[in-house]
Design a protein around this ligand. Structure first.
Ligand code: BGC
Length: 726
């Protein structure tokens, strides 16, 4: 006879309760295990499924996943495995799938609709590979630029991160989690992981709970509201308390206060690190007990958690009800996702979707919108408007460097790095994109690498010779995967190797010097700021980066991207995020020209010019529960039609505690034809003006608020009006 839990017409809750009641303790603890496939032999992996009922695996693809799933389904209760993977800018661990710009790159589009589409594309390709769950999005706040994982963030602003998080989660999870091509999302790394002191990955974080509620929690709250299925616990500690044992944040705030109903997975061997790195537990028994009590439901890659936890429960040291709660959350997601039903099985979504035309089109659009034009002296771009270029020099270590262009989390770097892998798809390095588009316009291209990124090795003379009969230079510089990612924090954000020397030699030739940056994070580039004729920031732009960048150079589309993160003058200026508190004695560091960033948050040029006028608030006096409308006129004063990203900032003029000089609270993307004026309206809910009190309450204090609207976060760019809240 069929068990109740096998009846698909019952609710996930009813099915979970029934299944739990049939499970042994060993089977339950097995469900809490997430096993890292690439660290085991096939026999060991099979043993985890057949004899220990492992609930999840990470980093197993295609046929191997299918094989493990078949084994799991033939177990006593036939509980399916949930397979997880880091598909964080496309299903990049699979050679052949779509690779989008990094999260940092895509965030510069400020385009939630397109980012949702990117999430959908990723979900389809991951599902076609028989996998159910992506460890994405990263909602860490990218404030300390030395941190190795800045490339994985949506930038530095909690509001923008929250909006983009909700969009990509919607994309991954689709209309229904149970649809064949929907996958579960994972908001990570909960919480304040990016803020560790000194930008040192997984180190201690000195944030307070007030700051957590003001800055770090809001994007995760948006993820809960968007129905994000899972959360991942961060590696770091907060004021000496490792996140993996932080009951207040995991249980009390996430699960009880925010009402998160999904499950929490630890990060890789968080439980083991309590013993070996963080040294708050003497042994695995203590570490396992603390991890469960704090509110972790699934344990990633700490395999001895299994025996230790069974023993803890048997000896009465850990309550079985906590195990039931954790397993209940895991099973409930498995039921809601339809993992017990056939349509979540491998082969249900055709592999033909992988990198299909439609997906490439979404990627191309997103890549175009992710590019940010930082400088364009004398409107040198778009290139060749007067047919002045017959031959173009493409110079630099990142011109033909697909690995640097992809950035972290592709098959080149994870799970077992394959730096020599040969991509089995068509891709565009900067060189390829520029060469192809130039050829179609009758322009010849000469290439020279010029120098290495990591060593002092160079052939600057060779590069200079290459340039000798060219009419303009495109220099492609930046950083590489060895300088980004886990374990790869940087103290020095200058251009590494001999890149600056190369650039100086190129500049001395007196030809137009256009610089393309291919990099994981903002670098300190004051020389470029002063000396390049044009600068295009591409971050890690994925498979079509070279194509989209070439199109931008030749004006095939009008750039609209804006920075989601600030650039420093100097490494020592970091953190240089825009939403700082007031109160610094000095107006700036004595040895830097400006208090503000070199290129600030929100900044980005276009080939057309926008003028802002007539900022009007729907009311000048309002109550705490109101929503007001902020209107501004934006005129396209240039020659090209374009899309402008209009930004709304606020400042609480006098408050009981210090509040940031500016905080983004809204934005709008508007298409404006050349010569046209559009009235742009952005709603502002007054509850969004709340500050967090020292006793962790959100309150809107009556008084004056400055409402600021403009093209970027610089003071001089913004129109301002005063709003009085009663
Ligand atoms: C990273 C996570 C990732 C996990 C699984 C960890 O080292 O911090 O972001 O999801 O590995 O690959």
């Amino acid at each position: 006879m069929e068990n109740k839990y096998q009846n698909p017409s019952l609710s996930p809750k009813e099915r979970t309760e029934d299944l739990l009641s049939l499970m042994t303790l060993e089977e339950k603890v097995g469900q809490m295990m997430q096993i890292s496939y690439n660290t085991l032999t096939l026999e060991e992996a099979e043993d985890w499924v057949v004899n220990k009922n492992a609930g999840s695996f990470l980093h197993v693809l295609g046929k191997e996943a299918e094989h493990l799933q078949e084994l799991a389904l033939s177990n006593r209760l036939g509980i399916p495995i949930i397979f997880g993977i880091d598909a964080i800018h496309g299903h990049g661990l699979m050679n052949g799938a779509t690779i989008f710009p990094s999260q940092l790159g895509m965030s510069c589009s400020w385009n939630p609709e397109l980012i949702e589409k990117a999430g959908r594309v990723t979900a389809r390709e991951v599902a076609a590979d028989g996998i159910h769950w992506t460890f994405s999005p990263v909602l860490c706040i990218g404030r300390d630029l030395r941190w190795g994982r800045i490339n994985e963030t949506f930038g530095e602003d909690p509001y923008l991160i929250g909006v983009l998080a909700a969009a990509i989660i919607k994309g991954y999870q689709g209309k229904n989690l149970s649809d064949a091509d929907s996958i579960a999302a994972c908001a990570k790394h909960y919480l304040a992981y990016g803020e560790s002191t000194g930008g040192r990955d997984a180190y201690d974080t000195e944030v307070t709970y007030r700051k957590i509620r003001e800055v770090f929690l809001p994007p995760f709250k948006k993820a809960v509201e968007a129905g994000c299925a899972t959360f991942m616990t961060g590696y770091q500690s907060i004021d000496g308390v490792p996140m993996a044992v932080n009951k207040k944040l995991l249980r009390e705030i996430l699960k009880e206060e925010l009402g998160f109903e999904g499950f929490v997975v630890t990060d890789y061997n968080n439980t083991g690190s309590l013993i070996t790195l963080q040294k708050v537990s003497p042994d695995i028994s203590d570490a396992s007990k603390k991890s469960v009590e704090a509110g972790n439901d699934m344990i990633m890659a700490t395999n001895d958690f299994y025996e230790a936890t069974i023993e803890l429960v048997k000896s009465g040291l850990l309550s079985e009800s906590l195990i039931d709660e954790a397993v209940g959350r895991i099973l409930s997601l498995k039921f809601s996702m339809g993992l017990f039903d056939t349509k979540k099985r491998s082969g249900y979504v055709s592999r033909e979707v992988i990198s299909c035309k439609e997906h490439q089109q979404v990627n191309l659009e997103l890549t175009r919108e992710s590019l940010v034009l930082l400088k364009n002296s004398k409107n040198i771009l778009p290139l060749n408007r007067n047919n002045e270029i017959k031959k173009l020099a493409v110079i630099g270590p990142n011109a033909d460097n697909l690995k640097a262009q992809f950035g972290d989390w592709t098959f080149f770097t994870h799970p077992d790095p394959k730096p020599d892998a040969v991509p089995n798809f068509e891709y565009y390095t900067m060189l390829k994109g520029i060469t192809e588009l130039s050829a179609s316009r009758g322009i010849e291209v000469a290439y020279h690498k010029g120098c290495d990124l990591l060593t002092d090795e160079h052939d600057i003379e060779g590069a200079v010779t290459t340039v000798s009969d060219c009419d303009a230079i495109i220099a492609v510089v930046g950083d590489c995967v060895e300088q980004n990612g886990e374990f790869k924090d940087r103290a020095n954000l200058d251009l590494s190797g001999s890149q600056l020397e190369l650039l100086k030699a190129l500049k001395s030739l007196g030809k137009p010097l256009i610089v393309i940056l291919v990099n994981g994070k903002p670098l300190s580039i004051p020389w470029l700021y002063r000396n390049a004729d044009a600068i295009v920031e591409t971050f890690n732009s994925g498979i079509l980066g070279g194509k989209a960048t070439a199109e931008l150079l030749y004006g095939e589309f009008i750039p609209s991207g804006k920075l989601s993160i600030s650039f420093p003058y100097h490494s020592g200026q970091t953190p240089v995020y825009y939403n700082q508190l007031s109160g610094w004695h000095s107006p700036k560091y004595v040895d830097l020209p400006d208090k503000n960033a070199l290129y600030p948050f929100g900044y980005g040029l276009s080939y057309t010019k926008y003028q802002y006028s007539n900022l009007v608030l729907s009311t000048k006096v309002c109550n705490k529960n109101d929503t007001i409308t902020v209107q501004v006129n934006v005129t396209n004063r240039g020659k090209y039609d374009g899309t402008e990203i209009v930004q709304l900032y606020i400042n609480d003029k006098i408050s009981s505690i210090m509040t940031p000089d500016k905080e983004l609270k809204g934005f709008a993307r508007v298409f404006i034809k050349a010569g046209e004026t559009k009235t742009v309206s952005i709603n502002l809910s007054i509850s969004d003006l709340a500050l967090v009190t020292p006793d962790e309450k959100y309150i809107v204090e009556p008084g004056e608020f400055e409402i600021m609207v403009g093209p970027d976060s610089r003071d001089s760019s913004l129109l301002k009006e005063i709003l009085v809240v009663k």
